[in-house]
Design a protein around this ligand. Structure first.
Ligand code: DSN
Length: 472
C-alpha cells in the first residue's frame, strides 16, 4: 500500500530522529497517541495543520536573522526575508492591519514589544531617544539609570486576573508588574460582565498611559469601540491582547465593535490558540507605532525563529481561506452548546454562558476546588485547566473554577451533539467526585473514572485527529 504524503513525511522524520535518540522519537509518537485519545478542552490549545507543523522542522532553524526584512544584522537572510514578509502580508490582509510584526516568540514577548513601542512613542526622555538609536551599546550606565528613572512607574489599566485578565497585563509574577504601576478593572459582581462605566471611572481616576483590553478567561465579547473611547478620554494608548480570540477575529465572528483591529492603537496575539498556527506571537499596529514595533529584536526579543515564521505564513494563509470562517463560527456554536448543556444539568457558569470560545465553570456548586475538579476530570480522560473565578475565595492556586474551550475539539470536527455529550461526562465526573482532606485531594471511584475515560475516547472515535497521519 502506498503511503500518503503526510504519513510518509512524519514517518520519515521519526525514523531519522530515532536513529540518533530513539527516546525522543518515542516521546513524539506518544504525544500524538495521547492527544488522539484525550478530550482536549484547554481553551488556549489547538491542533496545527500538518503543513504548519512541517514548516517548522527544517534548516530555517539554523539561521540568525536579527533585524527586520531587508535590514538584517546578518548576511544571507534572503530566504528568511521571503517567509517573514509573507507571514506579515498574510497577517495584514487577514486582520486588515496596516502593519504586522511576526517575530515574537510568544504572547509575553509580543506584549513586551508592544509595551516598549508604546513607552518609546509616548514617553519624552532624552535617554530613551538615545536608546532608540541602533547602537544601544552606546548608552552609558548613567543613561540606563536615567532611562529607568524616566520610564519607571508608568501606569497601566488592565483587566484583573480573577476577572479573566492575563499575567502580562501588569501583574507581579510577570515583568510587566515590575515595569508598570498597575490598576485593574474587574467585572460586575452580579452579572460577571465588564462594566464600562466603572472602567471609564477607573481610567479618569488613574490616568493610565496604557489601557489594556483582552483576557484569557473571560467568556464574553468585549466592546472595543467603547474601550477606545475610554482610552481617548484620558489620553491613553489603547492596546488589545487578542491572543485567545484571534481566530474569532480572523474568522469574522467578532466584527464591528468587537473586532479590536480598527479600534486599538496596537494589538498583540499568540498564533497557536484559536488562530491554529504554530506556537508564537505577533503584533499588529498602525503606521505610527510600526517603527518602534520593528525594533522588537534586538530591543526585547532574542533572534527571530525563521522556521516558526515560515509556519506562521502557512497557518495565516490557511486562516485566509473561506473554510476558516466556518471553523471560527463552529468554535463559538460549540462553546455555546457546551455551556447550555452544563447549565441544563445545573452547573454554575461565570456570566451564565459564553459568546466566545471558552466557558468558565464555578465548581464550588459541586463542593470542589478547581484543583480537585481539574485532577478528577484528568483521571477521566478530560483535559481542562483550573482557573480563578471573580473574587475567588480559593485564590489563584487552588481556585474555584475550571476553564474549558472548544477550539481543539472543533478542529477535530466535533459538533454541538458531541458538546452535549461532553457536558454530560463533565457533570457526571464532578457530581461523583468528593472533596478530600485538603484543597488538592479528592475521592473519585477509579472504575468510574475509567468508564468515563472510555466514553470520552468513544466520543472521539468518529473524529480522528490528523486522519491522514498513520505512524503505524
Ligand atoms: N497560558 C495561556 C492560557 O492558557 O490562557 C495564556 O498565556
Amino acid at each position: 500500500m502506498s503511503l500518503n504524503a503526510e504519513s510518509t513525511a512524519f514517518r520519515s522524520a521519526l525514523e531519522v530522529i530515532r536513529a540518533v535518540e530513539p527516546r525522543v522519537a518515542d516521546a513524539i509518537g506518544a504525544e500524538l497517541a495521547d492527544q488522539r485519545e484525550s478530550l482536549k478542552l484547554i481553551a488556549s490549545e489547538n491542533y496545527a495543520s500538518p503543513a504548519t507543523l512541517l514548516a517548522m522542522g527544517n534548516w530555517f532553524s539554523d539561521k540568525y536573522a536579527e533585524g527586520t526584512v531587508g535590514r538584517r544584522f546578518y548576511a544571507g537572510c534572503q530566504n528568511v526575508d521571503t517567509v517573514e514578509a509573507l507571514a506579515a502580508e498574510h497577517a495584514k490582509e487577514l486582520f486588515g492591519a496596516a502593519h504586522a510584526y511576526v517575530q515574537p516568540h510568544s504572547g509575553i514577548d509580543a506584549n513586551l514589544v508592544a509595551f516598549w513601542a508604546i513607552l518609546a512613542d509616548r514617553v519624552e526622555s532624552p535617554a530613551l531617544k538615545k536608546a532608540q538609536v541602533r547602537q544601544v551599546n552606546d548608552l552609558t550606565e548613567a543613561d540606563w539609570f536615567a532611562l529607568r528613572r524616566e520610564l519607571g512607574n508608568q501606569r497601566m489599566l488592565g483587566m484583573s486576573l480573577d476577572a479573566g485578565g492575563h499575567l502580562t497585563h501588569g501583574f507581579r509574577p510577570n515583568i510587566s508588574g515590575k515595569m508598570f504601576d498597575q490598576r485593574s478593572y474587574g467585572t460586575d459582581p452580579a452579572t460577571g460582565l465588564i462594566d464600562y462605566d466603572r472602567v471609564a471611572e477607573a481610567a479618569r481616576e488613574f490616568k493610565p498611559l496604557i489601557l489594556v483590553a483582552g483576557y484569557s478567561a473571560y467568556p464574553r465579547k468585549v466592546n472595543f469601540r467603547i474601550m477606545r473611547e475610554i482610552a481617548d478620554s484620558v489620553g491613553a494608548t489603547f492596546m488589545v491582547d487578542m491572543a485567545h480570540f484571534a481566530g474569532l477575529v480572523a474568522g469574522k465572528v467578532f466584527t464591528g465593535d468587537f473586532d479590536p483591529v480598527p479600534h486599538a492603537h496596537i494589538v498583540t496575539t499568540t498564533t497557536h490558540k484559536s488562530l491554529r498556527g504554530p506556537r508564537g506571537g505577533m503584533v499588529l499596529c498602525g503606521p505610527e507605532l510600526a517603527d518602534q514595533v520593528d525594533r522588537g529584536c534586538p530591543m526585547v526579543l532574542g533572534g527571530p525563529l525563521p522556521h516558526v515564521m515560515a509556519a506562521k505564513a502557512v497557518a495565516l494563509a490557511e486562516a485566509r481561506r473561506p473554510d476558516f470562517a466556518d471553523y471560527a463560527q463552529r468554535i463559538v456554536d460549540n462553546a455555546q452548546a457546551l455551556a447550555e448543556g452544563l447549565v441544563r444539568r445545573g452547573t454554575k457558569l461565570v456570566t451564565g454562558g459564553t459568546d466566545n470560545h471558552l466557558v468558565l465553570l464555578d465548581v464550588s456548586g459541586y463542593g470542589l476546588t478547581g484543583r480537585q475538579a481539574e485532577q478528577a476530570l484528568l483521571d477521566s480522560g478530560i483535559v481542562t485547566n483550573r482557573n480563578a473565578v471573580p473574587q475567588d475565595p480559593n485564590g489563584a492556586w487552588y481556585t474555584s473554577g475550571i476553564r474549558i474551550g472548544t477550539p481543539a475539539l472543533t478542529t477535530r470536527g466535533l459538533g454541538v451533539a458531541e458538546m452535549d455529550a461532553t457536558a454530560e461526562l463533565i457533570h457526571t465526573v464532578l457530581t461523583q467526585t468528593t472533596p478530600g482532606e485538603s484543597k488538592a485531594k479528592y475521592v473519585l471511584d477509579p472504575a468510574l473514572a475509567d468508564k468515563i475515560s472510555k466514553q470520552a475516547t468513544e466520543l472521539l472515535t468518529g473524529f480522528p485527529l490528523y486522519p491522514a497521519v498513520n505512524l503505524a
